[in-house]
Design a protein around this ligand. Sequence first.
Ligand SMILES: [Zn+2]
Length: 422
Amino acid sequence: MIPKNILDGAISDAWALVLGIGRRTTDTPGHTRASFGEGEQVAADLVCQFGASNGLDAEHDAFGNIYFLLPGTEPELPAVTSGSHLDSVPNGGNYDGLAGTAAALAVLVATRKAGFQPRRSLRALAMRGEESPWFNMAYLGSRLLLAYGDRTELGQRRRVDSGLTLREHVEQLGFPFLTDGEPVLTRENTACFLELHIEQGPLLEEKNLPLGVASAIRGNVRYPSARCLGEYGHASTTPRHSRRDAVMAAAELALGLDHLWADLAAEGDDNFVVTLGRFSTDMAQHALTKVPGEVNFSLNFGSTSEVTIRQARERLAELIERITAERGVRFEMGPEVAAEPVALDARLIGLLEAQMRELGLPTMRLPTAGHDAGIFALSGIPSAVLLMRNPFGSHNPREHLDEADFALGCSVLARAMHAAAA
Ligand SMILES: [Zn+2]
């Protein structure tokens, strides 16, 4: 084990790194670290500097992801790996991704300083491009390094703000963007992937717990550009039986899904979610005195259970059929984007919880949103996610992490990495 003073020193250095990167990537409001771009590169440079000043040399892959390796006594064995991403959403918080990256580095730094050499090598990973707003796709860094998806196609995606392709952005950063070749990390060189991340919901705060372990990654079904089409009419003179009111119809659809949610919650299923994040009538045509003829909306529902997702799809189809018949409207759901729920590794979940118990911490399992760990799990590398309390949600400037919770997260991560590397 690492002596406590050495671990504490490495953790406070890593915390200073997180705050330092935050200061250098401040935006109004919050922080902005563009995927494969400006703020992310500031973070990448500071992370490499931090590694170098602690005796850890950075290596890069063809896409700009950064690797630090601390060799074990049997370096030919697959390495125990941890890390997260460097980018943020526009005007996001400072800790989403960055805290987990710094924590993995803290573990390597402390292990090295303590002169401790586990059997397996330890690897810390700082990934690029996890957040979806930049290229309308999430987990690009992990997709590229794991060759999860076609690299040529991924390289053709355009960044929303710059108009440049992902390949062009990677090349601008000085990396070759190789489309051929094998995954950088595989089961042959990677024993497992542990990701420390802030929670993106309120559950740990509600239970007053600093840490929890993700039970699974939620899958979701998303309709970014759905429409309900009815018919415009006079608000005072059109009787109920001849109205084709798009707002009432879309509202009924929303409430129908909300009823399914309430029923699932009453049955004890606490991980279904449904959101209509956009819901608007046509600005050019709507009026106080008009029956609305069109509503544009987004629909996004998810669960860790494939059965529940199937049930929600069925309910959606039933609702559309019934509301269409009863209200004389039409639903055009537009393109669908779906992601399967991802199971996390039961043995690693148990390993993380065992370390928490040994430190006297209560444990809690909770479902989580998507993370790079999901792409590792889908690529066949056993993976788990340790979550840290965050009272104000994420992807917003109020996102928060207590230094004390970060320190606990790093301590659990260090123990778990050492146990997995023994
Ligand atoms: Zn994240």
